[in-house]
Design a protein around this ligand. Structure first.
Ligand code: GLY
Ligand code: MN
Length: 482
């Protein structure tokens, strides 16, 4: 049954996926007022679409589809999350919507040639709230300006228009808003979405060349507008508050998920819709697992707890990591490693400026980590540093917490993380006092004209500042005495 459904999805990938999800009432209805785009104006969305259209080759069409609601169990769907590129170009947070762009225009009927077509469900109250509709798409998202050759249709019209569009063009840019692959263990069949869609398109439209739409947007998404910086700062502020409140109530005997609850409470309390990735709250041995997110362990005195967290608003995600002592004060070896990681981060941050590759500042962090580990006798050869810091130092953030990368050098408006860490497993070839220590410190950095601004600056970062913060036992900690 699943195979058959998947076959239909790939053959008629746009039309059928839209039609299938239409029957579901899982609309998040986040597009019903200007506030719902988080301050990004209709003009900004229009400009983004125009910039992408200008990059397309002549005779081409680009088709961007909204995400499908994903089935979680039975009748319950996962919380809806819009496809990044679709959200970036449209601002629409609903499923069942499609955007088509073409630099040479699309003949819609005998009198109309359009550069962009937007298909959306009609405005009506669904089970989960009001929809944007064609009127909202025009007013809030900037579609429908006749002089800009923009047309808005009901989603039902897609079936009629899209085949003509694909027959009349030389190439199509697309990236499916579908899971990368589906695997069925009984038959052993693996359906790779892009491959199957390419095959289906080649059969139906043999003259159409298929291209990936990602590269049309990557460089554009890498440089954030002032509205995007504002949204990321909003997500960061909620994340910093979540961290600080969690640190204030942390104490031995608590479960990791109790800190998670405080953190995510503040995300919501401060207006962020969700988290950008599952919160990582790893104590004791879990501090050494970089993406541990089960958060189900009891925390003990003398241990460290890594909190790697990020609120998300309007699709934009923060990414902050702090490592705190469960009891409120670091042991001497914990402090030695903490200060080494902090120095590595500070040295790397000093390097940030426009015109250099994004990974360049991180190289400085490796040097400082290597020097420090040699000095502490934890490694004998500089190369061994990778054993204790197995991940990269930086990634861009934005609509994805690991946002699209760009081949461009750093430029004002780019935002990326600086996150050195050290993880020293038990039985490592070093003094036992360092065994079991896992420390990561992560901040979000905005590239400016001459250097950088740390957007997460308000989160206490030094060992002393964290101990001072934890000494301000918050209400939650007071009530929670064990
Ligand atoms: N915040 C998780 C990561 O950067 O991998
Ligand atoms: Mn990160």
């Amino acid at each position: 049954m699943k195979q058959t459904m998947y076959f239909f999805t790939i053959v008629f990938f746009v039309v059928v996926s839209v039609a299938t999800s239409q029957s579901k009432n899982t609309t998040p209805s986040l597009c019903s007022s200007n506030e719902e785009t988080g301050g990004i104006t209709p003009q900004e969305y229009r400009q983004r679409r125009r910039t992408v259209t200008a990059k397309m080759e002549s005779g081409s069409v680009a088709v961007f589809c909204a995400s499908n609601p994903g089935s979680r169990n039975g009748d319950v769907d996962y919380r809806f999350r819009q496809n990044d590129n679709f959200l970036y170009l449209t601002g629409c947070n609903e499923p069942n919507s499609v955007l088509i762009l073409s630099p040479d225009g699309i003949r819609v009927d005998s009198t109309t040639v359009a550069e962009e077509l937007f298909f959306i469900r009609d405005q009506q109250a669904s089970w989960s709230g009001a929809l944007l509709g064609q009127e909202g798409a025009k007013r809030i998202l900037g579609f429908g300006e006749k002089d800009r050759h923009s047309e808005v249709f009901a989603i039902e019209k897609l079936k009629e228009i899209l085949p003509h569009v694909l027959q009349s063009k030389k190439s199509i840019y697309f990236s499916p808003a579908l899971p990368e692959f589906l695997f069925d263990p009984i038959s052993g069949l693996k359906f790779v979405a892009v491959r199957e869609i390419r095959k289906a398109l080649a059969e139906k439209y043999p003259d159409l060349t298929v291209k990936n739409s990602g590269p049309l947007l990557n460089d554009l998404r890498a440089v954030k507008s002032s509205a995007e910086i504002g949204l990321l700062q909003r997500a960061i502020d909620a994340t910093v508050t979540g961290f600080m409140e969690a640190a204030k109530c942390c104490m031995p005997g608590m479960m990791e998920y109790e800190l998670q609850a405080v953190i995510e409470y503040w995300f919501t309390r401060m207006g962020c819709e969700f988290y950008g990735f599952p919160s990582i709250v790893g104590s004791g041995p879990n501090a050494l697992s970089i993406h541990y997110d089960a958060n189900r362990r009891k925390m003990n005195s003398g241990e460290l707890v890594v909190m790697d967290i990020g609120a998300e608003t309007h699709g934009y995600s923060a990414d902050l990591t702090r490592t705190i002592p469960v009891s409120g004060s670091y042991s001497v070896p914990q402090r030695e490693i903490y200060e080494l990681v902090l120095n590595a981060q500070a040295s790397a941050m000093k390097e940030v400026r426009p015109g250099i590759p994004m990974n360049e500042p991180g190289k400085k962090a490796w040097v400082v980590l290597g020097d420090g580990l040699l000095k502490l006798g934890i490694i004998k050869e500089r190369d061994e540093v990778k054993k204790y810091c197995p991940h990269g130092i930086s990634h861009f953030i934005g609509l994805d917490v690991h946002d699209v990368s760009t081949t461009e050098k750093l430029a004002p408006g780019m935002i990326f993380t600086m996150e050195p860490g050290l993880y020293i497993p038990d039985s490592s070839a070093c003094d036992k006092k360092y065994w079991g220590i896992g420390i990561r410190i992560e901040d979000d950095v905005l590239v400016t004209e001459h250097g950088c601004r740390v957007l997460t600056e308000s989160a206490p970062r030094t060992a002393d500042d964290i101990e001072t913060l934890m000494a301000q036992r918050g209400d939650a900690r007071g009530k929670n005495k064990r």
